[in-house]
Design a protein around this ligand. Structure first.
Ligand code: ATP
Ligand code: MG
Length: 397
């Protein structure tokens, strides 16, 4: 992160007494500050607008516009400006009023160097800390926005690939349905149905119904997956998760000559997660597995409770090319790919990583060249204690 210390500290000093103004300005300049002075509140505000100082030192008792009015006006235009007010000895009530109006500190007249520098050191620290906090918040917001963009981009790419593969899957049953309907229409045109045709029609109608149901399931899974929804944490039914994911990937797996086995253990501890995002993770892992098995192979999907029922682990295991140790340290980086241009962008695993992070989960890879790869998602149980927010912030700082 950039340093939050300004290169130069600019002070606007407002006091109606010329002597005090001059002496204080010299003291401040000697200490390395850039100083601009004004003889009354109105001139002070004009100077403030011109030089945008980090610090304003203003006398409270001044004719026409007093220091409290100056303070209020400054805080209205820029809350972050540090304002030190100067009061006469014994004017505690004014000092308190100034602090209530968000003055950073007060010093009393006659101004002594030590208390002036002490007050300045405090407001500088306050200013820097506040700026750091703001920079950090901006950084977090930007990081979140970047992550959301990558997530969406990866999803659209998965969607493109899924759509291409399910179009075939929908097309086959549709032509089957069309053929049966044409056949039935032709028979009906010939005259009333005899008993033999009646029985055949019943079988055809059952086929039409089941095939239409299959198409509709595929389309609805694709639509659910493509919806740009804000992440919502809900209890996860892992059987449904695997089933919906398979509806979308089955055709590509069959085409690639890959045998699939699935196992969802019963009695899983409760997990709250974003269903859609978990599906995106699984689809990314399954598509990677397919790419790693160009000659076909086996894919095992398993869901089991983590040790001590602390959560749920979802493993995607393939019998493909495996991953070289050198590549393993990079595969989660965005845009890292070993695939030829047009075959991979390198966003799949970094997206899975990001999704796991936002779920307080982790992803583990076990692989060796020519020995396949297993990617395991570890998700915490909704019943397990969550990491304290303050701890997260501390870890980031
Ligand atoms: N199951 C796997 N077997 C072998 N290598 C894998 C497997 N999964 C990932 N990899 C390696 O990790 C790299 C990064 O994977 P990632 O999913 O992030 O990107 P990609 O698949 O190359 O491109 P994209 O997913 O954006 O289309 C892959 O290029 C590949 O080298
Ligand atoms: Mg991929």
């Amino acid at each position: 992160m950039e340093t939050s210390q300004p290169e130069e500290w600019q002070i606007v000093l407002i006091d109606d007494e010329a002597d005090i103004r001059e002496v204080t300005a010299i003291t401040l300049q000697d200490a390395g500050y850039r100083v601009a002075t004004a003889a009354d509140g109105q001139a002070g505000l004009t100077l403030f607008a011109e030089c945008a100082p980090q610090i304003v030192i203003t006398d409270i008792r001044m004719p026409r516009m007093d220091g409290l009015a100056v303070l209020e006006s400054i805080k209205q235009s820029d809350q972050d400006t540090e304002v030190i007010v100067v009061t006469a000895f014994g004017e505690m009530d004014l000092a308190i009023r100034a602090l209530q109006l968000d003055a950073s500190d007060f010093i009393t007249k006659p101004i002594n160097d030590e208390s002036l520098h002490l007050a300045l050191r405090r407001v500088r620290e306050r200013y820097t800390a506040r700026k750091q906090a703001r920079d950090y918040t901006a950084l977090l917001e930007k990081r979140n926005a970047d992550q959301a963009r990558i997530l969406h981009r990866d999803k659209m790419m998965s969607l493109g690939r899924l759509a291409a593969s399910v179009v075939h899957e929908i097309n086959n049953p549709l032509s089957g349905i069309l053929n049966y309907l044409r056949l039935m229409a032709r028979v009906l045109n010939r005259g009333p149905l005899d008993a033999e045709h009646q029985a055949k029609f019943e079988t055809y109608l059952e086929l039409v119904e089941s095939e239409t149901g299959r198409c509709s399931r595929i389309v609805s899974s694709l639509l659910t997956f493509s919806r740009k929804s804000t992440p919502a944490f809900e209890p996860i039914d892992f059987t449904e998760l695997i089933e919906r994911t398979m509806v979308l990937s089955q055709h590509k797996l069959t085409l690639s000559d890959i045998t699939v086995s699935q196992q969802v253990n019963p009695n899983l501890p409760p997990v709250e997660a974003d269903f859609n995002q978990l599906q995106q993770c699984l689809i990314n892992l399954i598509f990677n597995a397919i790419d790693a098995m160009p000659q076909g192979g086996t894919l095992d999907l398993s869901v089991r409770a983590r040790q001590g029922n602390q959560g749920v682990s979802v493993a995607v295991k393939d019998s493909g090319t495996g991953i070289a140790p050198d590549d393993q340290s990079h595969i989660f980086e965005p845009f890292y790919t070993t695939k030829d241009e047009g075959f991979g962008v390198g966003l799949g695993l970094s997206t899975v990583y990001g999704i796991m992070e936002s779920h307080n989960g982790t992803i583990q890879v076990d692989s060796a060249p020519h020995q396949g790869a297993t990617f395991t998602l570890h998700l915490p149980s909704a019943a397990a204690p969550q990491t304290e927010v303050s701890e997260i912030v501390r870890r980031h700082l």
